[in-house]
Design a protein around this ligand. Sequence first.
Ligand SMILES: Cc1cc2nc3c(=O)[nH]c(=O)nc-3n(C[C@H](O)[C@H](O)[C@H](O)COP(=O)(O)O)c2cc1C
Length: 389
Amino acid sequence: MIKNLYSVTNIYERLIKPILREDKGVDAECLTNLSLKLLAFCSSKKEWGFISNYLEEIRNELCITDKKLNQEICGINFPNPVGLAAGFDKNGIAANIWQDFGFGFSELGTVTQYGQPGNPKPRLFRISNEQAALNRMGFNNNGADLFLKNFIRQNIKKKVDREKNCLGINFGKSKITSISNATDDYISSLKLLIPYCNYAAINVSSPNTEGLRKLQDPILLRELLKEIKKLPDCPPLFVKIAPDLSFKDIDKICQLINDEKINGIIATNTSLNRLGLENTLIKKTGTLLSEESGGLSGKPLRNKANKIIKYIHNIDKNLTLIGVGGIDSPETAWERITSGASLIQLYTGWIYKGPRLVPDILQGIIKQLNYYQISNIEEAVGSGLLWKN
Ligand SMILES: Cc1cc2nc3c(=O)[nH]c(=O)nc-3n(C[C@H](O)[C@H](O)[C@H](O)COP(=O)(O)O)c2cc1C
């Protein structure tokens, strides 16, 4: 009874969910920061008795282990295909915790060379009726030096000495760095953090840093990736792209990714398109979605992000794809995987559905694999197999 009362699911259902239903109430960023601070504290004090006991309870509640879910991708072992998307833990302050919430991997960041405050607040808005969010955070983060200090404080080991905890780090460009100097900015952060990341996500698609998306231009992107690849011990690289690219643009990016032997693509970031919600009111500001700047995430992004995964998988079946955007159920997770994503990530859906979403998705996937008599999830990737009830 007491146990149930303090289960994360119960805390989420009783405390967080009612807040999320009310767009005008507690500020979305404030709520995120509060939860994150609590998790960060636990992450750095894992050895304390009551914290380690509580984390064990959380693991019992949320972690699903099954060989069928295990994949070796680019030399990295992913215990399951569901990851935390970039942007939630921007400074890596809770890097030790995400595996306890059932995630098979987490992508931390975006980190930039220099610390920066991001855009003026408010800059994150719930649109709960649509299970969506709008953000224009602008890469608020403390910079690569402090990111590294956070890892050291949590006693995160270098990847070679680390067991299990699979950490990707997402790299961006500082606001004060011009596009022509962007490469140096990425490289400076990468040099510091390469020893710690199982993979690096090269983010050229966030809509809230002026000019960043220009780096999706094939000539600029090729130059950037070429330089990054020269780094000693360069980890597997994934390029994170925008959902607002045309298929023609995507063709060109796939071509250069192939030429430069980049491992894969993360599709997609948030959208500048309002995806049919132009006339939806943002209750917090009283303005229409079409009148506010920022990137849209969550359910409205789902079909677009799925189409892009399908499209890329059809062009090049050898590229590893990480699917993200609007995944909020076992069915939508299965759809993304069978469209071609080897791995998937959650952000907005995880906020609205709560921590049970991860085990629910994993149990759903296992059921489908059993139904189709598939022994490992790898075989389901890009299979087009439909969800069976
Ligand atoms: C508040 C917020 C902040 C984000 N920050 C980042 C970021 O720093 N870097 C990044 O690559 N993506 C960032 N994203 C994008 C997510 O990683 C993800 O690509 C996008 O939200 C689509 O997934 P979703 O529909 O599951 O939220 C952010 C998203 C949100 C909602």
